[in-house]
Design a protein around this ligand. Structure first.
Ligand SMILES: Cc1cc2nc3c(=O)[nH]c(=O)nc-3n(C[C@H](O)[C@H](O)[C@H](O)COP(=O)(O)O)c2cc1C
Length: 190
């Protein structure tokens, strides 16, 4: 059931070295193709990276951007990152596959449309027993250049894909009464 998949899905930042079937990744991309998009422009493009050298270069580029980001970050965000034990190290970029999702920046609603497709992918991965983290690198343009993406395509996310080796709990969700109103803001569901 869809609800079960959505409930079970959680972000995973550690992966086993177990081999992932390319067919499973293609299945997820086929699910994403069915997503709605502004004017049906289908602004998404996908790049599957499994080559170890290219993966290592992507990791190097992202960690360079992260080091800069962590040097500058302050305030609440810095506190939150420390609490979560996050750092510039992005070892999850060693996952068996990296799925890069780009969108055409001239298409109508390209961000909204592409992220809908990304949402479909997250649930499809869960269905296949696979895990990921929706990683949004600080320097997406540099990653795009590395894999020779045309300049009108912007990298939206890197999805490292593998089997989970992360035993963390799923994060809490707000209760329905905190997020849902009926007819007017503040009128609660009885
Ligand atoms: C748009 C978006 C951007 C995100 N960017 C990052 C990221 O750059 N690095 C990361 O580790 N997690 C990232 N996440 C994962 C969130 O931290 C995670 O989804 C959230 O804490 C809820 O946890 P859950 O996915 O396990 O339910 C991102 C999630 C979304 C939806």
């Amino acid at each position: 059931m869809l609800f079960e998949l959505a409930r079970k899905r959680k972000t995973v930042r550690k992966f086993t070295n177990d081999t992932v079937r390319l067919e499973d990744i293609l299945y997820c991309i086929n699910v994403a193709r069915e997503a709605p998009s502004g004017m049906n422009a289908q602004p998404w493009r996908f790049v599957i990276v499994s080559d170890e050298e290219i993966k290592a270069k992507i990791k190097e580029i992202c960690e360079k951007g992260e080091r800069e980001f962590y040097r500058k970050v302050g305030g609440e965000l810095k506190k939150w990152l420390q609490e979560k034990n996050f750092s510039w190290h992005k070892d999850f970029l060693k996952a068996p596959f990296l799925l890069l999702v780009f969108s055409h920046i001239k298409a109508p609603y390209f961000i909204q449309s592409t992220w809908l497709a990304i949402g479909y992918i997250l649930l499809a991965l869960e269905e296949k027993g696979l895990s990921t983290v929706t990683y949004t690198p600080p320097n997406p343009g540099e990653v795009g250049k590395l894999i020779k993406a045309p300049s009108e395509y912007k990298l939206q996310v890197i999805l490292p894909i593998g089997y989970s080796a992360d035993d963390k709990e799923k994060e809490d969700r707000k209760d329905l009464h905190e997020i849902l109103y009926i007819n007017e803001w503040k009128a609660q569901l009885q």
